[in-house]
Design a protein around this ligand. Structure first.
Ligand SMILES: Nc1ncnc2c1ncn2[C@@H]1O[C@H](COP(=O)(O)OP(=O)(O)OP(=O)(O)O)[C@@H](O)[C@H]1O
Ligand SMILES: [Mg+2]
Length: 310
Protein backbone atom coordinates (compact mmCIF):
# COMPACT_ATOMS: atom_id res chain seq x y z
CA UNK A 1 0.00 0.00 0.00
CA UNK A 2 2.88 2.37 0.82
CA UNK A 3 6.28 1.97 -0.81
CA UNK A 4 8.99 4.45 0.09
CA UNK A 5 12.44 4.29 -1.46
CA UNK A 6 15.28 6.55 -0.45
CA UNK A 7 13.09 9.43 0.64
CA UNK A 8 14.93 12.60 1.65
CA UNK A 9 13.65 16.00 2.64
CA UNK A 10 15.83 19.04 3.05
CA UNK A 11 14.44 22.26 4.52
CA UNK A 12 16.69 25.13 3.42
CA UNK A 13 19.87 23.13 3.92
CA UNK A 14 18.68 21.05 6.90
CA UNK A 15 18.21 17.34 6.16
CA UNK A 16 15.10 16.44 8.14
CA UNK A 17 14.66 13.05 6.43
CA UNK A 18 17.78 11.27 5.25
CA UNK A 19 17.12 8.66 2.60
CA UNK A 20 14.60 6.40 4.31
CA UNK A 21 13.00 3.31 2.80
CA UNK A 22 10.06 1.34 4.15
CA UNK A 23 6.80 -0.23 3.09
CA UNK A 24 3.39 -0.75 4.61
CA UNK A 25 1.29 -3.64 3.35
CA UNK A 26 -2.45 -3.62 2.84
CA UNK A 27 -4.30 -4.26 6.09
CA UNK A 28 -1.44 -3.40 8.43
CA UNK A 29 -1.71 -0.96 11.35
CA UNK A 30 1.77 0.49 11.60
CA UNK A 31 2.96 2.74 14.42
CA UNK A 32 5.38 5.46 13.35
CA UNK A 33 7.50 6.32 16.38
CA UNK A 34 10.36 8.68 17.03
CA UNK A 35 11.46 11.51 19.31
CA UNK A 36 10.41 15.12 18.70
CA UNK A 37 11.90 16.40 15.47
CA UNK A 38 12.71 12.91 14.16
CA UNK A 39 10.89 13.52 10.87
CA UNK A 40 7.52 11.80 11.37
CA UNK A 41 5.26 14.67 10.38
CA UNK A 42 7.55 15.59 7.49
CA UNK A 43 7.36 12.02 6.15
CA UNK A 44 3.58 11.93 6.55
CA UNK A 45 3.12 15.25 4.76
CA UNK A 46 5.17 13.90 1.86
CA UNK A 47 3.22 10.62 1.73
CA UNK A 48 -0.03 12.55 1.52
CA UNK A 49 1.23 14.88 -1.18
CA UNK A 50 1.14 18.02 0.98
CA UNK A 51 4.89 18.51 0.76
CA UNK A 52 7.18 17.59 -2.15
CA UNK A 53 10.11 15.26 -1.40
CA UNK A 54 13.63 16.50 -2.09
CA UNK A 55 14.57 13.05 -3.33
CA UNK A 56 13.21 9.53 -3.48
CA UNK A 57 10.30 7.54 -4.83
CA UNK A 58 6.98 7.13 -3.05
CA UNK A 59 4.08 5.03 -4.27
CA UNK A 60 0.68 4.78 -2.65
CA UNK A 61 -1.52 1.95 -3.94
CA UNK A 62 0.79 1.84 -6.94
CA UNK A 63 0.49 5.58 -7.77
CA UNK A 64 3.45 7.95 -7.61
CA UNK A 65 2.76 10.75 -5.09
CA UNK A 66 4.51 13.34 -7.22
CA UNK A 67 3.24 12.53 -10.69
CA UNK A 68 -0.16 11.04 -9.75
CA UNK A 69 -1.06 13.11 -6.72
CA UNK A 70 -4.76 13.27 -7.58
CA UNK A 71 -5.10 9.49 -7.63
CA UNK A 72 -3.09 9.30 -4.41
CA UNK A 73 -5.25 11.84 -2.56
CA UNK A 74 -8.41 9.96 -3.53
CA UNK A 75 -7.13 6.95 -1.65
CA UNK A 76 -5.74 8.62 1.47
CA UNK A 77 -7.42 9.96 4.56
CA UNK A 78 -5.02 12.27 6.35
CA UNK A 79 -5.35 13.66 9.83
CA UNK A 80 -2.57 16.23 10.22
CA UNK A 81 -0.75 17.16 13.42
CA UNK A 82 -2.84 20.25 14.14
CA UNK A 83 -6.26 19.38 12.81
CA UNK A 84 -7.35 22.46 10.86
CA UNK A 85 -11.08 22.63 11.45
CA UNK A 86 -13.52 25.34 10.52
CA UNK A 87 -14.40 26.34 14.04
CA UNK A 88 -17.54 28.30 13.19
CA UNK A 89 -19.15 25.50 11.18
CA UNK A 90 -21.46 22.90 12.63
CA UNK A 91 -20.21 19.28 12.58
CA UNK A 92 -22.76 18.19 9.95
CA UNK A 93 -22.11 21.16 7.76
CA UNK A 94 -18.33 20.72 7.97
CA UNK A 95 -18.37 17.03 7.10
CA UNK A 96 -20.68 17.64 4.12
CA UNK A 97 -18.45 20.47 2.97
CA UNK A 98 -15.33 18.28 3.27
CA UNK A 99 -17.03 15.43 1.38
CA UNK A 100 -17.85 17.81 -1.48
CA UNK A 101 -14.31 19.12 -1.49
CA UNK A 102 -12.98 15.58 -1.69
CA UNK A 103 -15.29 14.91 -4.65
CA UNK A 104 -17.46 12.30 -3.00
CA UNK A 105 -20.29 11.63 -5.47
CA UNK A 106 -23.28 13.92 -4.71
CA UNK A 107 -25.73 11.08 -4.08
CA UNK A 108 -23.26 9.45 -1.68
CA UNK A 109 -22.47 12.45 0.51
CA UNK A 110 -25.36 12.08 2.95
CA UNK A 111 -24.66 8.37 3.44
CA UNK A 112 -20.89 8.85 3.94
CA UNK A 113 -21.43 11.64 6.47
CA UNK A 114 -23.84 9.42 8.43
CA UNK A 115 -21.37 6.52 8.38
CA UNK A 116 -18.39 8.51 9.65
CA UNK A 117 -20.50 10.20 12.33
CA UNK A 118 -21.48 6.75 13.51
CA UNK A 119 -17.91 5.41 13.44
CA UNK A 120 -16.51 8.39 15.34
CA UNK A 121 -19.41 8.65 17.81
CA UNK A 122 -20.35 12.14 16.72
CA UNK A 123 -24.13 11.81 16.46
CA UNK A 124 -24.65 13.58 19.80
CA UNK A 125 -22.82 16.69 18.63
CA UNK A 126 -23.75 16.74 14.95
CA UNK A 127 -25.46 20.13 15.21
CA UNK A 128 -22.91 21.79 17.46
CA UNK A 129 -20.52 24.49 16.36
CA UNK A 130 -17.05 22.89 16.10
CA UNK A 131 -15.42 25.74 18.05
CA UNK A 132 -17.52 24.87 21.11
CA UNK A 133 -16.52 21.17 21.18
CA UNK A 134 -14.01 19.72 23.63
CA UNK A 135 -10.61 18.74 22.27
CA UNK A 136 -11.50 15.05 22.19
CA UNK A 137 -14.59 15.67 20.10
CA UNK A 138 -12.60 17.91 17.76
CA UNK A 139 -10.08 15.10 17.26
CA UNK A 140 -12.98 12.84 16.35
CA UNK A 141 -14.25 15.39 13.86
CA UNK A 142 -10.72 15.36 12.39
CA UNK A 143 -10.86 11.58 12.10
CA UNK A 144 -14.33 11.67 10.57
CA UNK A 145 -13.04 14.20 8.05
CA UNK A 146 -10.10 11.91 7.20
CA UNK A 147 -12.51 9.05 6.51
CA UNK A 148 -15.36 10.82 4.76
CA UNK A 149 -14.22 9.81 1.27
CA UNK A 150 -13.84 6.16 2.36
CA UNK A 151 -10.07 5.97 1.76
CA UNK A 152 -8.17 2.68 1.74
CA UNK A 153 -5.29 4.21 3.67
CA UNK A 154 -5.42 6.37 6.79
CA UNK A 155 -2.43 8.48 7.78
CA UNK A 156 -2.93 9.83 11.29
CA UNK A 157 -0.42 12.20 12.84
CA UNK A 158 -0.75 11.93 16.64
CA UNK A 159 -4.49 11.29 16.67
CA UNK A 160 -4.64 11.07 20.47
CA UNK A 161 -2.49 14.07 21.37
CA UNK A 162 -3.98 16.08 24.21
CA UNK A 163 -6.77 13.65 25.02
CA UNK A 164 -7.67 12.39 28.48
CA UNK A 165 -7.19 8.68 29.25
CA UNK A 166 -10.85 7.85 28.60
CA UNK A 167 -10.81 9.57 25.26
CA UNK A 168 -7.46 8.01 24.37
CA UNK A 169 -9.02 4.65 25.01
CA UNK A 170 -12.04 5.41 22.89
CA UNK A 171 -9.97 6.73 19.98
CA UNK A 172 -7.70 3.67 20.32
CA UNK A 173 -10.72 1.35 20.06
CA UNK A 174 -11.90 3.32 17.05
CA UNK A 175 -8.52 2.95 15.34
CA UNK A 176 -8.49 -0.77 16.05
CA UNK A 177 -11.95 -1.04 14.52
CA UNK A 178 -10.94 0.97 11.48
CA UNK A 179 -7.91 -1.27 11.11
CA UNK A 180 -10.20 -4.16 10.21
CA UNK A 181 -10.99 -2.54 6.87
CA UNK A 182 -8.26 0.05 6.35
CA UNK A 183 -4.51 0.24 6.21
CA UNK A 184 -3.28 2.66 8.87
CA UNK A 185 -0.04 4.51 9.51
CA UNK A 186 -0.17 6.44 12.77
CA UNK A 187 2.33 8.43 14.73
CA UNK A 188 2.10 8.77 18.49
CA UNK A 189 4.19 9.16 21.62
CA UNK A 190 1.91 6.93 23.67
CA UNK A 191 3.72 3.63 23.51
CA UNK A 192 1.18 1.59 25.45
CA UNK A 193 -1.25 2.54 22.71
CA UNK A 194 1.12 1.18 20.08
CA UNK A 195 1.51 -2.11 21.94
CA UNK A 196 -2.27 -2.46 21.96
CA UNK A 197 -3.07 -1.44 18.40
CA UNK A 198 -0.16 -1.82 16.01
CA UNK A 199 0.92 -4.96 14.20
CA UNK A 200 4.24 -3.35 13.36
CA UNK A 201 6.36 -0.41 14.45
CA UNK A 202 8.69 1.83 12.48
CA UNK A 203 11.15 3.78 14.61
CA UNK A 204 12.64 6.93 13.08
CA UNK A 205 15.41 8.96 14.69
CA UNK A 206 17.09 12.04 13.24
CA UNK A 207 15.64 11.35 9.84
CA UNK A 208 16.71 7.70 9.66
CA UNK A 209 14.78 4.47 10.20
CA UNK A 210 16.24 2.67 13.24
CA UNK A 211 13.92 -0.33 13.38
CA UNK A 212 10.94 -1.98 11.73
CA UNK A 213 9.45 -4.88 13.66
CA UNK A 214 6.54 -6.10 15.76
CA UNK A 215 6.24 -4.53 19.22
CA UNK A 216 6.99 -7.96 20.73
CA UNK A 217 10.23 -8.38 18.79
CA UNK A 218 11.40 -4.86 19.61
CA UNK A 219 11.03 -5.48 23.34
CA UNK A 220 13.13 -8.64 22.97
CA UNK A 221 16.07 -6.47 21.93
CA UNK A 222 16.11 -4.73 25.29
CA UNK A 223 18.83 -5.83 27.68
CA UNK A 224 17.24 -7.72 30.53
CA UNK A 225 14.06 -8.24 28.49
CA UNK A 226 13.72 -11.63 30.12
CA UNK A 227 15.37 -10.82 33.43
CA UNK A 228 14.12 -12.16 36.76
CA UNK A 229 13.21 -10.14 39.79
CA UNK A 230 13.96 -11.96 43.04
CA UNK A 231 13.11 -10.78 46.54
CA UNK A 232 14.37 -12.92 49.43
CA UNK A 233 15.57 -12.43 53.00
CA UNK A 234 19.28 -13.31 52.83
CA UNK A 235 22.64 -11.53 52.81
CA UNK A 236 23.28 -9.81 49.46
CA UNK A 237 26.72 -11.38 49.06
CA UNK A 238 25.25 -14.87 49.49
CA UNK A 239 22.60 -14.19 46.89
CA UNK A 240 25.12 -12.98 44.35
CA UNK A 241 27.57 -15.83 44.99
CA UNK A 242 25.04 -18.65 44.93
CA UNK A 243 23.02 -17.44 41.95
CA UNK A 244 26.13 -16.59 39.93
CA UNK A 245 27.35 -20.15 40.47
CA UNK A 246 24.42 -21.42 38.40
CA UNK A 247 24.89 -22.16 34.70
CA UNK A 248 23.28 -19.76 32.18
CA UNK A 249 23.56 -16.69 34.41
CA UNK A 250 25.00 -13.51 32.89
CA UNK A 251 24.71 -11.12 35.78
CA UNK A 252 23.17 -10.57 39.20
CA UNK A 253 22.44 -7.03 40.34
CA UNK A 254 21.31 -6.12 43.84
CA UNK A 255 18.53 -3.56 43.55
CA UNK A 256 17.89 -2.94 47.24
CA UNK A 257 20.79 -4.08 49.41
CA UNK A 258 19.61 -4.30 52.97
CA UNK A 259 21.48 -7.13 54.70
CA UNK A 260 19.53 -9.04 57.26
CA UNK A 261 16.34 -7.74 55.70
CA UNK A 262 14.56 -8.27 52.43
CA UNK A 263 16.83 -7.93 49.42
CA UNK A 264 15.76 -7.42 45.82
CA UNK A 265 17.96 -8.70 43.01
CA UNK A 266 17.69 -8.59 39.22
CA UNK A 267 19.06 -11.70 37.56
CA UNK A 268 20.02 -11.72 33.89
CA UNK A 269 20.03 -15.12 32.23
CA UNK A 270 21.60 -16.07 28.91
CA UNK A 271 19.29 -15.08 26.03
CA UNK A 272 16.51 -17.57 25.42
CA UNK A 273 17.09 -19.60 28.62
CA UNK A 274 14.41 -19.73 31.30
CA UNK A 275 16.33 -19.67 34.58
CA UNK A 276 13.38 -19.42 36.97
CA UNK A 277 13.40 -23.04 38.07
CA UNK A 278 17.15 -23.04 38.78
CA UNK A 279 16.80 -19.84 40.79
CA UNK A 280 13.92 -21.27 42.78
CA UNK A 281 15.96 -24.39 43.58
CA UNK A 282 18.74 -22.22 45.02
CA UNK A 283 16.22 -20.33 47.15
CA UNK A 284 14.76 -23.57 48.49
CA UNK A 285 18.13 -25.27 49.10
CA UNK A 286 19.21 -22.28 51.22
CA UNK A 287 15.90 -21.87 53.02
CA UNK A 288 15.71 -18.22 52.05
CA UNK A 289 12.30 -16.73 52.86
CA UNK A 290 10.89 -15.80 49.44
CA UNK A 291 8.61 -12.87 48.72
CA UNK A 292 8.83 -12.55 44.93
CA UNK A 293 10.17 -14.43 41.92
CA UNK A 294 8.92 -12.94 38.68
CA UNK A 295 9.93 -12.45 35.11
CA UNK A 296 10.37 -8.80 34.17
CA UNK A 297 8.90 -7.96 30.79
CA UNK A 298 10.66 -5.24 28.89
CA UNK A 299 8.37 -2.52 27.62
CA UNK A 300 8.24 -0.86 24.24
CA UNK A 301 9.23 2.30 26.07
CA UNK A 302 12.56 0.72 27.04
CA UNK A 303 13.10 -0.43 23.46
CA UNK A 304 12.30 3.09 22.22
CA UNK A 305 14.83 4.62 24.61
CA UNK A 306 17.55 2.15 23.59
CA UNK A 307 16.92 2.78 19.90
CA UNK A 308 16.73 6.55 20.01
CA UNK A 309 19.08 7.69 22.77
CA UNK A 310 22.68 8.38 21.87
N1 LIG B 1 8.85 23.97 7.42
C1 LIG B 1 10.00 23.67 8.01
N2 LIG B 1 11.12 24.41 7.84
C2 LIG B 1 12.30 24.11 8.41
N3 LIG B 1 12.48 23.03 9.21
C3 LIG B 1 11.41 22.25 9.44
C4 LIG B 1 10.11 22.53 8.87
N4 LIG B 1 9.25 21.57 9.29
C5 LIG B 1 9.98 20.75 10.08
N5 LIG B 1 11.25 21.14 10.18
C6 LIG B 1 12.34 20.47 10.95
O1 LIG B 1 12.45 19.14 10.49
C7 LIG B 1 12.67 18.24 11.56
C8 LIG B 1 11.60 17.17 11.57
O2 LIG B 1 10.37 17.75 11.92
P1 LIG B 1 9.02 16.93 12.03
O3 LIG B 1 7.92 17.89 12.25
O4 LIG B 1 8.91 16.04 10.84
O5 LIG B 1 9.28 16.06 13.34
P2 LIG B 1 8.33 15.05 14.11
O6 LIG B 1 9.01 13.72 14.11
O7 LIG B 1 6.96 15.11 13.55
O8 LIG B 1 8.38 15.63 15.59
P3 LIG B 1 7.22 15.78 16.74
O9 LIG B 1 7.23 14.49 17.50
O10 LIG B 1 7.73 16.91 17.55
O11 LIG B 1 5.93 16.07 16.04
C9 LIG B 1 12.71 19.09 12.81
O12 LIG B 1 14.06 19.36 13.12
C10 LIG B 1 11.99 20.36 12.41
O13 LIG B 1 12.44 21.47 13.13
MG1 LIG C 1 5.16 15.71 14.30
Amino acid sequence: MIEVENLSKTYSGFRAVQGISFHVDKGEIVGFLGPNGAGKSTTMKILTGYLPPTDGKIRIAGFDVVTDSIEVRKRIGYMPENVPLYTDMRVNEFLRFRAELKKVARRKIKERVEIVKGLCHLKDVENKIIGTLSKGYRQRVGLADAMVNDPDLLILDEPTIGLDPNQIRSVRELIKDLGKHHTILLSTHILSEVELTCSRVLVINRGRIEASDTPANLTKLVRGGGSILLEVRAPSADIVAKIEALPNIEDVEIVLPNDGEWVQATIFGKPGVDIREDVYNVVRANNWPLRELARKKATLEEAFVELTQD
